[in-house]
Design a binder for this molecule. Sequence first.
Ligand SMILES: Cc1cc2nc3c(=O)[nH]c(=O)nc-3n(C[C@H](O)[C@H](O)[C@H](O)COP(=O)(O)O)c2cc1C
Length: 219
Amino acid sequence: MSGQGPDVASRDVLDIIATTRAMRRLKPDPVPDALIRQVLEAGTAAANGGNTQKWRFMVIRDRAKKQAVQAWYKKALDEVVGPRYASSAAPPGVTAEKYHRQHSAVEYLTEHFADAPVWIVCCLEGPNPNRSTGASIYPAVQNMLLACRALGLGSTLTTRHLLFEEEAEAALGLPPGVHSYAILPIGWPMGKFGPVGRGKLSEFVFGDTYGETWAGLAD
Ligand SMILES: Cc1cc2nc3c(=O)[nH]c(=O)nc-3n(C[C@H](O)[C@H](O)[C@H](O)COP(=O)(O)O)c2cc1C
């Protein structure tokens, strides 16, 4: 659906999961705090190590702050991610044409990052961000993406600002000892939600021996 509001026909959780795409073209129209609260409630329902809940979330609407971070986000596209896109092949389950469209959408979001009416910046208290610490915030991030989808809101998991982590976190105004793990730009989507494009399970799933197809896929 492309209107504003929940997609009542798609409330089934598996349907929501299968259609939670990166929505990078967002309208600048305002998003009520009440909906963002629902998204945050979904986020904080997620699993986290030891249930210590070291997560912290900033809800950013301040345009100047968003623009300051956008500058680093764009620099990372220009200097690192853009050249990588230009020289890489389409991933599994994605045609070359779709990959090209994805790149255009990535460029669009980069140019309009600060126009998204609201950002949720997902942080954790504690030093040394790594795989273990990230495991205590990304379940919350995914819950929030799914909640956005269920409410008809578009978003994308973004981490590219981390290529200039120090500078971007200074622009966000994070205190010492707090690190960001993702920025979710949120708004009403311009386009339609649709099925995600991924490879076949047989490309990714093995049985007892790594590299050997899992018998559960034979039919
Ligand atoms: C760890 C991670 C980091 C990502 N960072 C960015 C980002 O900085 N900018 C962006 O536009 N998309 C980002 N994405 C979104 C992916 O590019 C997106 O999920 C992928 O293209 C699949 O899109 P689809 O779900 O619409 O099929 C990120 C996704 C993940 C999981």
